[in-house]
Write a protein that binds this ligand. Sequence first.
Ligand code: AMP
Ligand code: ZN
Length: 493
Amino acid sequence: MLYKENELKINNSLTGEKEVFTSILDGFVGLYVCGPTVYSDVHLGNCRTFISFDVIYRYLMHLGYKVRYVRNITDAGHLENDAEEGEDKIAKKARLEQLEPMEIVQRYTLDFHKVLQQFNNLPPSIEPTATGHIIEQIEMILDIIDNGFAYEANGSVYFDVEKYNESNNYGELSKRRIEDLVAGTRSLDGQEEKKSPLDFALWKNAKPEHIMKWPSPWGLGFPGWHLECSAMSTKYLGEKFDIHGGGMDLKFPHHECEIAQGTAATGEKPVNYWMHANMLTLNGKKMSKSTGNTLLPEELFSGNNEVLGRAYHPIVVRFFMMQAHYASVLDFSAEALNSSEKGFLRLMEAIQVLKEIKTSEKSSIDVEALIQKFYTAMNDDFNTPVLVAHLFDAAKYIQAVNSGKATISATDKERLTKELNAFVFDILGLAELSEEQEGNNESLETVMELVLQMRQQARENKDWTTADAIRDKLNEAKIVIKDDKEGATWKIQ
Ligand code: AMP
Ligand code: ZN
């Protein structure tokens, strides 16, 4: 067990303070992160949040905690514009594409998993879906009604915010005052069944045209988006758990409502530490599906985007993200990515050099102190940019030893190798690129040119069997061919 009491500090969004982390059960951590709503391809901004929490998950495990990491899939109940009224995002996409909602869910869940795997994210311990937990959600609503904090109206159930606020503080997470919220909300606009415009739906009565609906004590309907996370986190992590995370944009209303629901159901605040990852921006604006200001991971990996001009390896993109603290805004640009790539290759080279480096009787620097700095950085609210700066110091030292300007003892070499590998690969989740991934494999280029020529010849001869067989075999080898006006191109998946 590496963790020591009082060492790890987390910036708790609930209190606004950097606090010493103490888990509820010694040695165990319950971590819940809001997952994606699977109605479209994940963009790079979404990925940033999930990569930030992947590093947090990895570091907690490195410290020796047994972490139960729950990240849900929202496959129902999330309405357009994150609003209280309107069409379900998934149902809308299904309608537009003439597909079953569950076909949409399956397609984008697979895409989500594939992309996160490309970024070398670890899968969570449990990945529950909202539609798989309708019963738990209904039970939670019944508890909230029993405790007097929700009411039924025309087959829907609403959370009574003003009632809750008499004995609690709605707005404590997002630092909003209920008076300001009331003043800032326009009339009920077709939501007359609510007692107050601040009230939010725990369960919505389904209109006849709504296809995703389930039976409940209040008739056919569907759960509210905020409720899903409360029900699933309670089920797998308990009524009170250690860390809840998500993107900054989910603080209000989503997380504020989660706190209210949990407290209303059990009488206790559900989460000890709230963590919020900051946004990835493009041209200074939040990367967002709704404004079209997005970059898709695939566009980055293939270079098929005008912002970039060329392809970047997912691990390089991951490293770029590590160079900003998770709670700071990060602006995307090709220049920043280029310099990250150079830095990444420098780090990888140093790790290679260290393997072969000659040792001396003594080290010319205090290696143990350098390693301690790695820990100090991560213990300070998972400060990856400071960690990366120390990793670069280590790389510089390794190169100095290699060129005879510094020395390292055998014990220090062993120690540095172990810790460098742990921080670079296990904690930051980076990986060495193979030669072809670095784009240096000339022989592969030559072979592929020949194979594509043979395929082209087969196509001209209308020998579709051979042409298809070539494509399929390449696919099996994870090489995809793309045909366009200029001819065929290929890339490694
Ligand atoms: P959604 O599928 O819209 O619920 O979003 C999934 C996750 O991505 C949430 O935690 C959001 O906060 C996060 N997210 C959305 N846009 C961005 C962005 N531009 N940068 C970082 N995280 C984002
Ligand atoms: Zn959530």
